[in-house]
Design a protein around this ligand. Structure first.
Ligand SMILES: Nc1ncnc2c1ncn2[C@@H]1O[C@H](COP(=O)(O)OP(=O)(O)OP(=O)(O)O)[C@@H](O)[C@H]1O
Ligand SMILES: [Mg+2]
Length: 122
């Protein structure tokens, strides 16, 4: 480039620079939303988030007496993780299932997976 020749930037049309906003990633799944605000579970929520986002946890089970807040915590956790995964987080309601044999199919259905031979695929 010789002296005085416009630089690439100078050849662009004058005017305000466009504001580029990141594209919001498409969410595939809709969370039901917690029925009420979670109270006093900040520590548990942070601990569960750290486990899920760590490299060693593929399944996290919340256990406790009836009504202690397992489902509420799970929903708040899923909501808090939505931005951490490209396609968000899904809630699979297993409460109406009458056999553990149906768990796999219920999860596959919620994630829109189809059975091909012995494999489930998107
Ligand atoms: N930390 C909390 N903050 C606010 N509400 C709570 C909390 N824990 C429990 N609740 C309320 O108590 C009720 C039971 O909570 P939840 O359904 O999450 O319990 P659970 O442990 O999943 O019960 P179950 O054993 O019957 O499945 C709900 O109405 C929920 O809103
Ligand atoms: Mg529950």
């Amino acid at each position: 480039m010789s002296p005085g020749e416009p630089t690439r930037d100078q050849t662009l049309a004058p005017g305000p620079r466009p504001v580029l906003t990141p594209l919001r990633r498409a969410r595939r799944f809709q969370l039901p939303g917690a029925p009420s605000a979670l109270i006093g579970r900040e520590h548990d929520l942070a601990a569960a988030r750290a486990l899920i986002l760590g490299n060693h946890t593929r399944l996290l089970t919340l256990v406790g007496p009836p009504g202690v807040g397992k489902t509420g915590l799970a929903l708040a956790l899923a909501e808090s993780l939505e931005e951490d995964f490209d396609q968000g987080a899904a809630f699979v309601d297993l409460s109406s299932l009458r056999s553990p044999d149906l768990v796999g199919d219920a999860i596959a259905h919620a994630f829109g997976l189809r059975q091909q031979g012995n494999l489930k695929t998107c």
